[in-house]
Design a protein around this ligand. Sequence first.
Ligand code: FE2
Ligand code: FE2
Length: 206
Amino acid sequence: MTYKYLKLTLSDDILVKEGISLTSGEYMKTDSEVKHDVAKIRNEVFKYGDDIIRSDRFQKAKHVRHHIQYTVAQHSVEVAMYALLITRWLKHYKIGRKINEEDMVRAALLHDIGMTNDEVHDSPSYKKAFSHPLEGLRIARDEFHLNPIQLNAIKRHMWPIGIVPPSHLIGWILTTADNLSSLNEGLAMAKGKIRKAREKRSRGRG
Ligand SMILES: [Fe+2]
Ligand SMILES: [Fe+2]
């Protein structure tokens, strides 16, 4: 529900910009409308990051687990979708108008690519939290030639764990989108656990 609400909240402002008259609280999208919006944003992520997604490196990310449920690839696409929505939402309020959406999406797609290094991935969590942004920085620079603003966003996306905050708005958007994705994964897991507990309880009664 929260996941859906976040999408509704962010995308409604974009629709207002596109000339569809909506007033907050007066309009509730149907599930199919939400699915349509989500598909549209996902397609744009795939368009901007086509070469990244097709790369051997990103293909490897499809097989590397992130947190508990998602793979690094799934999480990265979701973060890129959130980052694109937040960028448009900010632009609607005349903030960050110079942000290049393609730069934003590509940085988001690669923010956790450091996890595809086996040594980094297999290290203890506390070490991984510091090492994967640095390894991601190296991979993004050497294999995908990102610009300094994108590289800074990747290097500092673990703030406040990483102590030094991002230097540019792209980095702040990436950090926010990353946290939203992790929150979404946590909520999905909690929902799954609650459902399983209910099923177990009803089996016990039957
Ligand atoms: Fe990360
Ligand atoms: Fe992440």
